[in-house]
Design a protein around this ligand. Structure first.
Ligand code: BES
Ligand code: MN
Ligand code: ZN
Length: 495
């Protein structure tokens, strides 16, 4: 979808369909202007249709007299006093979905809406991002494509010409963010026979190639990882015919010597559980077990596109967790890159095994902070459902900054404990650490506690996105979370 920011008035705007809002019973300023121009036809028609202005509702009005556009789409936002940034995004989403089979072009006047704690630029970025997300389709594998359907161009209308320059930057930010989100979604949605570790590496290399000045990409294969002593990573990867890859992307947007933010994503391109095999029902969803890595690639995509002035290292720890004659057995003991030994009691707790070696590896970047992102535990879904991501960090400042970024971007997280008191649950009688605790007790926490033993040298946080990375059921598909949270956090660091 293409976006243009423009100075415009609702009644004279000629572009296809004009998008305005009704908040409960109250028309927005742009909707009132249209109502005046149509001699009250707009409000009468809405009344006849019984339109209530609730979130998620929309009404398309065609053939109104007195205005230049072909049609008007009125979207509901619910009461203005409750309207927040997520509500505005929802209104933008509702509009794009309502026009999915209609005109190619529309002009949105939603940025005028008063939303608590936002500037005009925040709203422009929110509308752009949500519209681009709503226009996303994944039909690569359908023989009949939908790609010619729906909006291809959205004009964002404002009424103050002094806001145009800053507004264009806000729209560009929204676009970069949406491209990052949609990149992550596509990588997640791709089937696991195509999206294996080498495929992910190729995507990273391609991004590096088209952004040679700002992004450096390096890919470590299994022989390099063996040399580095990554016995835990190898324990997961060795059961698969696909070679595991540690993909390292360095984005240099900040000062030359400024310490980078390091992001480490779990990239299990398919998680069968290994010898501790998962049950069959719903196992296809374990193609999404690389969504942490996908979110890292999404962030790098949004960074190169936005040119955010910050240094960020993105690492994707990619492997396939398969049962085979070479696979790890429950009871195997391996030595991690840190030197600590791990007794692998359950081969299905593989995420922490690939992550612990990646987390040791990134110490070499002398990071300002390290954030790992992982579809790590079913226990996190039990605890938090699919609404918020689990946030684990011993560092209050980092945790609070991430929570705040989640609120601002509408991509929320909730803090969970990583207390020392849980650590003895992952002690092993035979090795330094066991890879599972006393399941199912505190499963998300003991997983975080495992990672905590490998992150003592820097400030660290862990996001468990097992519940938030994808939707199941009729709406099955990757969400692109937590790209919005991470980009907001990185942006906040530059202000
Ligand atoms: N990838 C899964 C976690 C997961 C499960 C995410 C379901 C989303 C939905 C992870 O590798 C895993 O299998 N974890 C186990 C850990 C257990 C063996 C301690 C789990 O959560 O059951
Ligand atoms: Mn698993
Ligand atoms: Zn997994």
């Amino acid at each position: 979808m293409e976006f243009t920011l423009k100075l415009s008035a609702p009644a004279t705007e000629k572009t296809g369909v004009v998008i305005v809002a009704q908040s409960g019973t109250e028309l927005s300023a742009a909707a009132r202007a249209l109502d005046t121009a149509t001699d009250g036809q707009l409000s009468r028609t809405l009344k006849t249709a019984g339109f209530e202005g609730k979130p998620g509702q929309s009404q398309l009005l065609l053939g109104l007299h007195g205005i230049a556009a072909e049609g008007v789409l009125v979207v509901g936002t619910g009461d203005l006093k409750d309207l927040d940034s997520r509500g505005l995004q929802r209104a933008a989403t509702t509009a794009v979905k309502a026009l999915a089979n209609g005109p190619k072009k529309a002009a949105s006047f939603l940025a005028e809406l008063p939303v608590a704690k936002t500037t005009l630029n925040d709203r422009l970025a929110d509308i752009t991002r949500a519209s681009a997300e709503a226009g996303y389709r994944f039909d690569e594998f359908k023989s009949k494509k939908n790609c010619n359907k729906g909006l291809s161009h959205l004009t964002l209308a404002i009424d103050d010409k002094t806001q145009l320059t800053a507004g264009k930057k806000a729209v560009a930010w929204g676009e970069a963010l949406a491209n990052g989100i949609n990149t992550a979604r596509t990588l997640g949605n791709l089937p696991p026979n195509i999206c294996h570790p080498s495929y992910v590496a190729e995507q990273a290399r391609a991004l590096g190639k088209s952004n040679e000045r700002s992004l450096k990409v390096e890919v470590l294969g299994e022989s390099e990882m063996k040399k580095l002593g990554m016995g835990a990573f190898m324990a997961v990867s060795q059961g698969s015919d696909q070679e595991g890859k540690l993909i390292v992307m360095e984005y240099k947007g900040g000062k030359k010597n400024a310490a980078p933010v390091v992001l480490v994503g779990k990239g299990i391109t398919f998680d069968t559980g290994g010898i501790s095999l998962k049950p069959g029902a719903g196992m296809d969803e374990m193609k999404y077990d690389m969504c942490g890595a996908a979110s890292v690639l999404g962030v790098m995509t949004a960074l190169v596109e936005s040119g955010l002035p910050i240094n960020v290292v993105g690492v994707m720890a990619c492997a396939e967790n398969m049962p085979s004659g070479r696979a790890t057995r429950p009871g195997d003991i391996v030595t991690t890159m840190s030197g600590q030994t791990v007794e692998i009691l359950n081969t299905d707790a593989e995420g922490r095994l690939v992550l612990c070696d990646a987390l040791t590896y990134v110490g070499r970047f002398k990071p300002a902070v390290v954030i790992d992102i992982a579809t790590l535990t079913g226990a996190c879904v039990v605890a938090l459902g699919k609404v918020v991501s689990g946030l684990f960090s011993p560092a209050d400042d980092l945790a609070n900054a991430l929570l705040e970024a989640g609120q601002q971007s509408g991509d929320r997280a909730w803090r969970m404990p990583v207390l020392q008191d849980y650590q003895d649950m992952i002690d092993s009688p035979f090795a330094d650490i066991a890879n599972i605790g006393n399941a199912p007790n505190a499963g998300a926490i003991t997983a975080a506690c495992f990672l905590a033993r490998f992150t003592k040298d820097y400030t660290w946080a862990h996001l468990d996105i097992a519940g938030t990375a994808w939707h199941s059921g009729a709406q099955k598909g990757s969400t692109g979370r937590p790209v919005p949270l991470l980009m907001q956090y990185l942006k906040n660091r530059t202000i």
